[in-house]
Design a protein around this ligand. Structure first.
Ligand SMILES: [Zn+2]
Ligand SMILES: [Zn+2]
Ligand SMILES: [Zn+2]
Length: 374
C-alpha cells in the first residue's frame, strides 16, 4: 500500500471493487511495468462548420432518413433527429424470440435513432453554448418519454454518444444516438438490482451515499503495529466539477483512465424527472467537465451514455420483473451520465479476465482535471 509521505507515493497497485456493482472490479496499476498500454489514437477533430457532402449538415436534409423532430420547430434547425439508416434494432419484425437448447434469442425489436447534436459539423461538446446543451438534454428527455409512452414492449431507452472511430462513430458530424430496446441492458440491471439490495439493507441510496462521501469524508489509515500513516483518504479528491444541482465525480473504481460520472446532487432516479429549469445547470456541468477533459486529453475518442431507472412494462419475461416498476426503484436508483474516454486499447488480459486495468491513479486524474483553469 502506498504511503503518501514517501517518494513512491504515486504508485498504486490494487484491485478496487465497484461499490455499486461489486462483481465488477478494476485493477489500478500505476507501476511503470504496466505502462504504457497501447495508446488509442487521437481522433482528428474536424473543425469545419459546414461540409457540402455531409448528410447531417444543413441544406442536405433530403439525404437523411425521415426526420422525427427538429429544434426549434420553426426556422433553421439547431438540433435534428432522424431515423437511423442502419438500425441495430428495428420495428419491422413481428416474431418473438426463440429458445433452442442453450441458445436463447430475444427478438431484435426496438428503435434506433440519430440525434444531430448541432448544425455545425465539427463543433465539440465543450464548445456548444450552455443553452444549446440544455436544449439537447431536453431533446433526449422528450424522445425518451415519447418512446416509453408509445410502446410498452420497450423496456429501456439508451441515449449515448460516440466520438471517434474507435468509440464507434462512423459519421464525423457531431451526433448522439437513441436505442430503445425490449430488454433492460445487463449493466443497468446490475446497477438497479445492487442499489436496491443496498437500499433494502441500509435504507439509503448508495449513489447519494457516494456523493456525500465525495463531498465530506476524510480518513487516515494507520499501520496497526508501527502506527505509521499507511494512507490518507480524502474522498473530496474525487470531485471534478460541482454545479448547483449536479456534480461530476471521478469514480473510485474507474474502468477508464479519464472516466467521469455526472449525477444530480439531490436524489433522483429518473432522468425524465429533471425539471426544464435544471437542465441549464446540467448543461453547465457537462460543458465544463468536457472542457476539462479536452484540456487534459484533447482529441481523445470517447463515449458517453445515460443510465436512468428502467420503465418496465407488463412483460416480466425479460429484464426487471414487472412487479418492480420504476416506482419501486425510485428511492434506490439514481440516474447518471457516464463519460468514458478511450485513451488506451484493451489488452488480452482485460478481455480474458474481465478485469479493467487503469494505469492512472483515479485520485490523481481527478486532481489534474480539477486543476484545469476554465
Ligand atoms: Zn456535417
Ligand atoms: Zn440517490
Ligand atoms: Zn451506470
Amino acid at each position: 500500500m502506498a504511503d503518501q509521505n514517501t517518494p513512491d507515493s504515486n504508485e498504486v497497485r490494487e484491485i478496487r471493487i465497484n461499490p455499486i456493482v461489486p462483481s465488477e472490479s478494476v485493477l489500478v496499476a500505476t507501476a511503470r511495468s504496466m505502462r504504457p498500454k497501447k495508446a488509442e489514437e487521437l481522433a482528428p477533430r474536424d473543425t469545419r462548420k459546414h461540409v457540402e457532402t455531409c448528410p447531417f449538415c444543413r441544406g442536405n436534409e433530403h439525404k437523411t432518413p425521415p426526420v422525427i423532430l427538429s429544434w426549434p420547430a420553426e426556422g433553421d434547425w439547431q438540433i435534428r433527429m432522424v431515423e437511423n439508416l442502419y438500425p441495430v434494432l428495428g420495428d419491422d419484425r413481428a416474431q418473438a424470440g426463440f429458445t433452442f437448447g442453450l441458445q436463447q434469442t430475444i427478438d431484435g425489436y426496438g428503435r434506433h435513432e440519430v440525434i444531430i447534436d448541432h448544425h455545425e459539423h465539427g463543433i465539440a461538446v465543450h464548445d456548444m453554448a450552455e443553452s444549446h446543451l440544455a436544449a439537447l438534454f431536453g431533446v433526449y428527455q422528450a424522445r425518451m418519454k415519447q418512446l416509453f409512452e408509445s410502446d410498452e414492449r420497450l423496456k429501456y431507452v439508451l441515449v449515448f454518444k460516440n466520438f471517434g472511430p474507435a468509440a464507434g462513430a462512423s459519421i464525423p458530424h457531431t451526433h448522439s444516438q437513441v436505442i430503445a430496446m425490449p430488454v433492460v441492458p445487463e449493466n443497468v440491471d446490475a446497477e438497479v438490482k445492487n442499489s436496491a439490495a443496498h437500499y433494502a439493507k441500509h435504507h439509503h441510496c448508495i449513489f447519494c451515499a457516494l456523493i456525500d462521501e465525495a463531498l465530506t469524508f476524510e480518513a487516515t489509515l494507520y499501520d496497526r503495529t508501527s502506527g505509521a500513516v499507511r494512507r490518507k483518504i480524502n474522498v473530496g479528491q474525487y470531485v471534478v466539477e460541482r454545479g448547483e444541482k449536479f456534480i461530476a465525480i471521478k469514480p473510485f473504481a474507474s474502468r477508464y483512465e479519464w472516466e467521469v460520472h455526472i449525477l444530480p446532487l439531490v436524489h433522483q432516479a429518473d432522468f425524465l424527472d429533471v425539471r426544464a429549469e435544471d437542465l441549464d445547470d446540467l448543461a453547465r456541468v457537462m460543458k465544463r467537465t468536457m472542457a476539462r477533459l479536452d484540456a487534459v486529453i484533447g482529441g481523445a475518442q470517447y463515449n458517453f451514455f445515460l443510465h436512468s431507472v428502467p420503465h418496465s412494462g407488463s412483460d416480466s419475461k425479460h429484464g426487471v420483473p414487472h412487479d418492480r416498476t420504476r416506482g419501486e426503484y425510485a428511492a434506490s436508483y439514481h440516474w447518471h451520465l457516464e463519460i468514458c474516454p478511450r485513451t488506451s486499447i484493451p489488452t488480452g488480459f482485460e478481455l480474458g479476465s474481465g478485469l479493467f486495468v487503469n494505469t492512472i491513479n483515479p485520485e490523481q486524474a481527478a486532481e489534474r482535471l480539477r486543476a484545469v483553469e476554465l
